[in-house]
Design a protein around this ligand. Structure first.
Ligand code: PAF
Length: 281
């Protein structure tokens, strides 16, 4: 595996290169990332993984400084999977001057849900992903559905900016007890880890209730969302939101035929977890 540290070297390497798939990451790779890499191999001849902890998508007071950095272990895992190139620029390389030019995703998509609790997060994500896309110039890029709203923002960015990149979404990879894999799971104490699958269970229960509610003439999804938050609160969590939305645009459902997703975010101790479940009708 070739490790590339500079923008110039990455841009030089891409010239004349085969069909390329890119997996953008912030490192601390887990089975979810590795699943994306395996899928990337199926989609293209060359696989480029990017590893960059992007300061722009962290709010003041969030975990930018303490975000787990495990470069050696990440490299070993990627080598084992036959990744061709790891693009891992230093911050001074990707942002040699303050990144004052930023991409602002559309408010209806990005200023809701995560955008309410992490204002500016999607500006940071869209800005770095567009910059990485410009440098790597992949034909395909892969993202996990665990970050559902992020995936939608990136899809919309690619669509509206006419980027010639196919965005592939992969199912969330979960631990045996159902917890969605995330680098932030490592922050959980043993007791919190044992309780962490409750987020997914709560979404599953609320999702089943939402499906039944949607069969009624005047469905009241808000009541189900409030109940789900309350059951998390009763178990000692601090929920940010539980919301039933349309898969197509993350707006509130309007018709029974809408394909739905239920999304949730909640704090367990000092760790903020997010998850979602697509609801089959
Ligand atoms: O999902 C992530 O790890 C990050 O948000 C991403 C897409 C690599 C951008 O920094």
């Amino acid at each position: 595996m070739q490790i590339i540290r500079t923008v110039a070297a990455m841009q030089a390497q891409r010239r004349g290169r085969a069909h390329t798939a890119c997996v953008p990451t912030m490192g601390n790779l887990h089975a979810g990332h590795l699943d994306l890499v395996r899928r990337a191999h199926e989609k293209a001849d060359a696989v480029v993984v990017t590893l960059f902890v992007n300061r722009l998508q962290f709010l003041p007071g969030e975990d930018f400084e303490s975000y787990p950095r495990t470069f050696e272990a990440d490299c070993a895992a990627l080598e084992r999977l036959g990744v061709h190139t790891l693009f891992a620029p230093a911050e001074s390389e990707l942002y040699p001057e303050p990144q004052t030019f930023r991409l602002v995703p559309p408010a209806p998509l990005a200023d809701d849900l995560e955008g309410i609790f992490r204002p500016g997060f999607f500006i940071g994500v869209a800005t770095v992903v567009s910059k990485l896309f410009n440098i790597v110039a992949p034909d395909v890029a892969l993202f996990g559905k665990k970050d559902y709203q992020q995936l939608m923002v990136i899809r919309e960015m690619v669509r509206q900016m006419a980027l010639p990149i196919e965005i592939v979404a992969a199912e969330t990879v979960r631990a045996e007890d159902g917890l969605a894999l995330s680098s932030r799971n490592g922050y959980l104490s043993a007791a919190e880890r044992a309780q962490a699958p409750l987020l997914r269970q709560t979404l599953a229960t609320a999702g089943a209730a939402a499906r039944a509610e949607l069969r009624r003439q005047r469905p009241e999804l808000a009541r189900i969302e409030v109940q789900a938050c309350q059951s998390l609160r009763d178990a000692g969590w601090v929920p940010d939101y539980v919301a039933v939305r349309k898969q197509s645009d993350l707006q509130s459902p309007s018709a029974q035929s809408d394909a739905l997703v239920i999304l949730g975010a909640a704090r367990l101790g000092s760790t903020r977890l997010i998850d979602n479940l697509e609801l089959s009708i």
